[in-house]
Design a protein around this ligand. Structure first.
Ligand SMILES: *Cc1c(COP(=O)(O)O)cnc(C)c1O
Length: 378
């Protein structure tokens, strides 16, 4: 018998309430019954996004919402400033280039957060920049960027700030309106405790000015259509009915928990994992800007990183993530977001210790778990 534990930064495990809700018979989307569900979801999303702006639900993975941001805000020939520093920062560049946008790139060393001053400098040097694309949690490197500071810079500039909060939302604080973030993009399968399949996007009035002026070709992801439909509690195309019903269950859980408690829980799990790595003699990939949503850890010398992840998953049923792109085989990543809790972390660490031990890595067995338990006991 093998039990499975999912500790990856998307998809994340699903709560029983969410699973149950998806087994209900389907209803039609152009009905008062579904409109009530969509309305409840819209209100709940505003709370989680910490905004009074509309949050649009798109039937796509998170990247669809990223693409919606690019095409709705900018036109071919426009200039954007992109913060790279991981696979997902690079995605902003790739999407922008596909739409003929000129990208000014801040190439942050992987494992580091962007220096907000650099954004300030670039904006001053090039008044043509219409949008700044950045990432709340760079999932590939386990880094959190200081969005509050960045928003303090863009707020007083002509450019809009667009934040990829696909893995950060519902895990790390993001005060959209209070900080002055213009556009927030997210997805369902990370902090929001849902299966993949929904993208989300919110736009400030400053961002809407760009959306109304954009000349990019757009149809399915045209947010003007989405806004018109949402005024009537509707979506422009067939809603992802089942996923939106599940979304309401997840939002209900989040409402009962309260955002502050949710963020504190993520912080504690992150602290526990970080303490465990230190106790095991392992190095964080990002010691200076480690995320509270996912921890990236350097694979120690002499250990095959890909084999470590594979053995944990295929032999013991504990799935963590390996490294992506240039970090393949060099890091492993333990997620602590969404419906992942204290004892999932303990189980994951226990499996990590077991496999590291069988692979010949030298450490005191149980020391990682002990360090994590001490954090949880505080
Ligand atoms: C997962 C993730 C994405 C990609 O989302 P998809 O749902 O796979 O399209 C983009 N950005 C970040 C930061 C992510 O964590």
């Amino acid at each position: 018998m093998k039990k499975n534990y999912l500790l990856t930064p998307g998809p994340t495990p699903l709560p029983p309430q969410v699973l149950e809700s998806m087994a209900r018979p389907i209803i039609h989307h152009r009905t008062p019954q579904f409109q009530a569900i969509l309305k409840e979801a819209s209100v709940g999303l505003k709370t989680v996004f910490q905004t009074s702006n509309d949050v649009f639900i798109i039937s796509s993975s998170g990247t669809g919402a990223m693409e919606a941001a690019v095409m709705n805000l900018l036109s071919c020939g426009d200039t954007a400033l992109v913060v790279q520093g991981g696979k997902f920062g690079e995605r902003w560049t790739e999407i922008s280039k596909a739409y003929g946008i000129n990208c000014e790139i801040i190439d942050v060393e992987w494992g580091k957060a962007v220096d907000p001053e650099e954004i300030s400098k670039r904006l001053k040097a090039n008044p043509k920049i219409k949008a700044v694309f950045t990432t709340l949690c760079e999932t590939s490197t386990g880094v959190d960027n200081d969005i509050e500071k960045i928003a303090g810079i863009t707020r007083d500039s002509h450019a809009v700030l667009v934040v990829d909060a696909i893995s950060g939302l519902g895990a790390i604080d993001l005060k959209t309106d209070a900080w002055g973030v213009d556009v927030v993009v997210s997805g369902s399968q990370k902090g929001l405790m849902l299966p993949p399949g929904l993208g989300f996007i919110s736009l400030s009035p400053k961002a809407w000015k760009l959306a109304e002026a954009s000349k990019s070709p757009r149809y399915y992801l045209d947010l003007r259509k989405a806004r018109k439909a949402l005024e009537k509690n509707d979506t422009p195309f067939t809603s992802s009915i089942t996923l939106i019903i599940a979304l309401n269950e997840a939002l209900k859980m989040m409402r009962e928990d309260g955002l502050e408690n949710i963020f504190a829980r993520h912080r504690k799990m992150a602290d526990a994992v970080r303490a465990a790595m230190k106790a095991l003699g392992l190095e964080l990939f990002s010691p200076t800007a480690a995320s509270d949503a996912v921890t990236a850890v350097k694979v120690p010398a002499g250990i095959d990183g890909e084999k470590l992840v594979k053995t944990m998953r295929d032999t013991y049923g504990v799935t963590i993530a390996g490294g992506q792109a240039e970090l393949k085989g060099k890091v492993f990543r333990i997620a602590h977001m969404g419906f992942i809790a204290e004892f999932d972390i303990i189980t994951g660490l226990s499996c990590l210790e077991k496999v590291l031990s069988t692979m010949g890595y030298k450490f005191t067995l149980g020391s990682g778990i002990k360090a994590a338990e001490e954090v949880f006991l505080k």
